[in-house]
Write a protein of this length. Structure first.
Length: 197
């Protein structure tokens, strides 16, 4: 009888440890997703600003296309932040994000097609505008960082979703009321005209 009680106590201790470990791991994964989402938001903002800056050195049609797409995406993010404030769930992916960010990528692809660099030199100046090359470099870096940030975010989301899919997590309600983290999926391909240079 006493041996059975000790065995039951040992099983309960191991089960308690496992549940505590899994809950702690899930909490860390949710924190990792939140941090990755914040990093993605920062990199998207940098890409918007780099696109607007590069627009100053483009032909008027390309400049309008790129600046408009980047400005609308930036304004939507700003409006979302102001309207939802601090109660905004960091794991939530707003409806505007994916279509507007894909639109920014499409605008950049149209402005920087393969085989042509559309960053202009100053019309009256025979020398290359030094700010155009700097704007190009910053835009390439910003686009590359968006790709990396989105990849890290989606990897963190995949890890959290795998843990949340375990039966023990569902049965013991270890995730609490936290929403399931969602992948962020939009076109973040580096424009061909930028990847060539």
């Amino acid at each position: 009888m006493i041996e059975e009680l000790w065995l039951l106590l040992a099983v309960l201790l191991v089960l308690g440890w496992y549940l505590t470990y899994t809950a702690s791991r899930l909490d860390r994964l949710h924190a990792k997703v939140t941090a990755a989402r914040t990093a993605l938001d920062v990199q998207l903002l940098r890409r918007h600003m780099a696109a607007i800056e590069a627009g100053r050195h483009l032909d008027p049609a390309s400049a309008l296309l790129v600046t408009d797409a980047a400005s609308r995406a930036m304004a939507a993010a700003e409006h979302d932040e102001e309207s939802r404030g601090p109660e905004r769930d960091p794991l939530d992916v707003p409806d505007y994000l994916e279509p507007l960010e894909s639109e920014v990528s499409r605008a950049l692809t149209m402005a920087f097609p393969a085989g042509r660099d559309t960053l202009d030199a100053a019309p009256a100046d025979p020398f290359v505008d030094p700010f155009a090359e700097d704007a190009r470099r910053q835009l390439v870096q910003a686009c590359t960082r968006v790709q990396l940030a989105r990849r890290f975010h989606n990897d963190a989301v995949a890890q959290a979703q795998r843990v949340r899919d375990k039966r023990v997590v569902r049965w013991a309600h270890l995730a609490g009321h936290a929403p399931v983290p969602q992948m962020v999926d939009f076109d973040d391909e580096l424009p061909p005209g930028l990847s060539e240079g």
